[in-house]
Design a protein around this ligand. Sequence first.
Ligand code: DHB
Length: 503
Amino acid sequence: MNRRQFTQALLAMAATGAGGASRAADAGADPLRPDLSRYTTQDITVGGQTLRVRAFEGLPTVARPLEPAYQAINLYVPEAYFEGGHIGAFEARTAPIFLPNAVGGYMPAKPGTLVNRMPPPPGQAALPNASAVALSRGFVVAAPGARGRTLQAVDGRWTGKAPAAIVDLKAAVRWLRHNAGRLPGNVDRIVSNGTSAGGALSALLGASGNHPDYEAELRALGAVTARDDVFAISAYCPITNLAHADEAYEWQFQGLREYRNVAISMLDFRVQRKEVVGQLDDAQRALSAELRDGFVSYVNRLGLSTEDGRGLTLRPDGSGPLRDHIAALLQASAQQALDAGQDLSGTGWLQLHEGRVQAVDFSGYARGVGRMKALPAFDGLALETGENQLFGDSRIDKRHFTPFSARHSQVPGAAQADAATVKAMDGMQQLADARSTVARHWRIRHGSVDRDTSLAVPALLAAAARRRGATVDLALPWGRPHSGDYDLEALFDWAESMVRGST
Ligand code: DHB
């Protein structure tokens, strides 16, 4: 179909409600083909320019949802694409599809809209909405919801435990493919985006395309049968690799006694953070050392390398090429800040000389940012973390998910999630499984002062994606705390150049 024919087909669909008389009959029969005559018009302003958008909201992505409000998608399309127009280099048939998930804290997330749900931190300017910026750049936006760890049905069963959220995102990708050609947007150019838990899910979507692990659950929900791989993923501070994140945390904060623990509670992006200051006692320090040793073994077993082929290993004392690699990423980030005119002289862990960052003291860095989480950081011994709740099942709210914490549990009779469930939720493990289709392009950002997880987590994720043949753009933006969507122009420049580079 050429461009003119495609536009005419779209116009016919819009006129009849579902793409001609015979398609209209299909639409009645197939609840997963939306009625395209039902939309609202929204005018959005981005960078002083106004854009008219058709909004198709709350469309179900599976035939048998457990949580209809979350297993749904909002679709936003520039009006120009229904009129044969173009935005930049894109038109209805070629427009990439931006797929942002709104997940935070592994909590339930309703489909995103063109207005940010999360208010900016006190004293900071509101960030532009990523989907609105995407539309202004000519992307079609498909914003899926996802179930999360606190959802419970009326009969008391938990409905959003791992791996529910990734299953929902996959169902949404399949739904897009099911509707390919009826809707503007190129389903072979889906670019996923997310922050924190949402960043982990975005990475997992890119790591686990078409993997059979999810098939039974997708089928039970009535997801369509279609591919669920994506073209590219953007992940801000992904809280991933949960099977080894505790070890990575102890490796990074080795020897630090004080932690400033932040209890996060959140519903649909209303974040509450409460700080608790504590000290690791001697018994905890022994556990910390055990976890750190575990990390060294894990890293050396992975057998990953840098772009230029240097092995990302560690020595028993925690030093070695992986640490040097992360220090180099910090150094590059500091250099950028210095070049932009920032004064870094008070940092304490950077060696500066005549406008150059010459060396990074990684232990000094860790002391400087400080440890935020108690021990273990993710699989709490008292089942107290959000991740413990993520790894519950339909009957049990909270479980362990690492053998270490199960062994040291303080909760009598505490259960442990099975290895298959942990893997289904883990981008690192899916990247190591040749049966997955891996996104071709990855962009990972983790702020230099983000202590929610170790810097080793994004570094290893990047190396694992690269090993599967992906192009990976990894950086640790200077001074950025745990957050995302703070560099949207750069994000869409990257996405556009990946799309342009692969015709
Ligand atoms: C998030 C932050 C965390 O520290 C964590 O352990 C899980 C999720 C978040 O912000 O999404």
